[in-house]
Design a protein around this ligand. Structure first.
Ligand code: ASP
Ligand code: MG
Length: 462
């Protein structure tokens, strides 16, 4: 069971989480708890490390640390009753706070912030939360032990900021945690791991979902439960479509499609380890324990809801590459993609018509400058005539594994948009047919999502 930052935002909520764990434990379940940082702590750590390297103000670090310490002290007092456990937890927190403060002050003096230091600093959110959850569990009379990701056996290669677990992780985690399960609820920090030299790495923002899935796969859990502050994976973003509903069942493939495009409910890679062992993943609401949430499983239960969800992705930009010389010139696409890859640009969407005279690519808005710059310099003279871009756009994605092989879905999508007088700028559908994505002008994007949510009656089906 993994608990997100909002689920453990303060001591009261941590107490609730400990009670929730106890209730499942008392019913005879063996549980590993995986925890995020207390709400907003990771953001604060990242912001402060940047400030320290840019401004070098030790006084700012002191102020930040005082607030952070208070937040965790308050949480300890609200979450834990047993005085001895309070003392032990305080000691642990004090020593970690001390290490963190030294590191941030170091960054102030050095004025340097490497990817390795960013991972080290941002790991403290979970390193501070896990001992508190562990203390709260113990205070309810259940044995517990806190582990960092590395201590639990999650070992990654050295790619800071977005590390992937090495194979050995699955054996190590199993060896570490499984023997404890008879009478313990171990607590593992989400998000953070170690490389083979014991240096802290992180799995990417929102990475504690991924940690939970890794741990679940390693111990061959019956289920992986992700406790969040939402009712599950939704048919759309409720902020855009007020009638959006939680989806009761969804397949791994659909969940992966949605983790990228969706309201960031899941870390994009979090399903991978679960898929390897066919372990069902449940997304549940910490604050409404009895609500069933979303169950993510391997088989695509045949259902009449061909489309499961409609989502919007903002802060993207469209790059248009054209030139008559591109027609029939072998290797143009390869050059475009490797140029973008070398410039560190992530490609979100691609489309090329069969005339081959034009290729459209959607990239993250923040990478537009690098993308356009790289393409222009690669194709200085030659096949590409024109590189234009548009930042006033959004991508809308219609997702559902049931679309595969069903005629008329694309027809229904574009017909509805046509009737609503929404202009479609670019379209892409892979042959897996799980996702139809298209680009519209920013001004019409929200309406496009609403129209499609309506046309596919997602409000009723979910
Ligand atoms: N604390 C990390 C973050 O905020 C990981 C997580 O919450 O899943 O990104
Ligand atoms: Mg978080």
């Amino acid at each position: 069971m993994k608990f997100g930052g909002t689920s453990i935002a303060d001591g009261k909520k941590i107490r609730h989480v400990a009670e929730l764990l106890k209730s499942y434990h008392d019913k005879g379940n063996e549980i590993v708890a995986v925890t995020s940082a207390l709400g907003d702590v990771t953001d604060g750590l990242l912001e402060n490390s940047i400030n320290s390297s840019e401004k070098g103000k030790v006084s700012m670090v002191k102020e930040f640390m005082a607030n952070l310490t208070k937040k965790h002290y308050d949480a300890i007092h609200d979450a834990i009753d047993d005085e001895n456990i309070v003392d032990d937890t305080m000691q642990m927190i004090d020593s970690r706070i001390d290490e963190l403060e030294k590191a941030l002050i170091g960054i102030c003096y050095l004025g340097e912030l490497t990817p390795r230091s960013i991972d080290y600093i941002s790991s403290y959110g979970e390193r501070l939360s896990a001992p508190i959850i562990c203390g709260a569990i113990k205070s309810l009379g259940i044995r517990s032990q806190a582990f960092t990701g590395g201590e639990a056996g999650i070992i990654t290669a050295g790619e800071y900021g977005n590390a992937r677990p090495l194979e050995i992780t699955y054996t190590k985690v199993n060896e570490q945690l499984t023997p404890l399960l008879i009478d313990h609820i171990p607590v593992v920090t989400g998000f953070i791991a170690e490389n083979e030299d014991g240096i802290i790495t992180t799995l990417g923002r929102g990475g504690s979902d991924f940690s939970a899935s890794i741990v679940g796969a390693a111990i061959q859990a019956d289920e992986i439960w992700l406790w969040k502050e939402v009712h599950g994976i939704m048919t759309s973003d409720p902020k855009i479509v007020p009638g959006a509903k939680p989806i009761p069942h969804i397949s791994y493939i659909e969940a992966m499609e949605l983790s990228f495009f969706g309201a960031n409910v899941l870390h994009p890679r979090s399903i991978e380890p679960a898929i390897r062992h066919g372990i069902p993943v449940r997304v549940k609401n910490t604050f409404e324990v009895d609500f069933p949430g979303t169950l993510i499983v391997a088989d695509q239960t045949p259902s009449e809801d061909v489309v499961k969800a409609v989502t919007l992705i903002r802060n993207v930009a469209l790059v248009n590459i054209s030139g008559a010389g591109m027609v029939g010139t072998i290797g143009t696409a390869a050059r475009v993609f490797s140029t973008l890859a070398n410039a560190g640009v992530n490609i979100i969407m691609i489309s090329q018509g069969s005339s081959q005279a034009n290729m459209s690519i959607v990239v993250d808005g923040s990478q537009l400058g690098s993308a356009v710059g790289a393409i222009k310099s690669e194709f200085d003279h030659g096949v590409v005539r024109d590189v234009t871009h548009d930042t006033n756009i959004c991508v809308v994605a219609v997702v559902g594994a049931g679309m595969a092989g069903i005629p008329g879905v694309a027809g229904k999508v574009f017909n509805a948009l046509g009737n609503a007088k929404i202009n479609v700028i670019m379209i892409s559908q892979g042959s897996s047919q799980h996702n139809i994505s298209f680009v519209v002008n920013e001004d019409t994007a929200i309406q496009a999502v609403k129209v499609l949510h309506d046309v596919f009656e997602l409000e009723k089906h979910a």
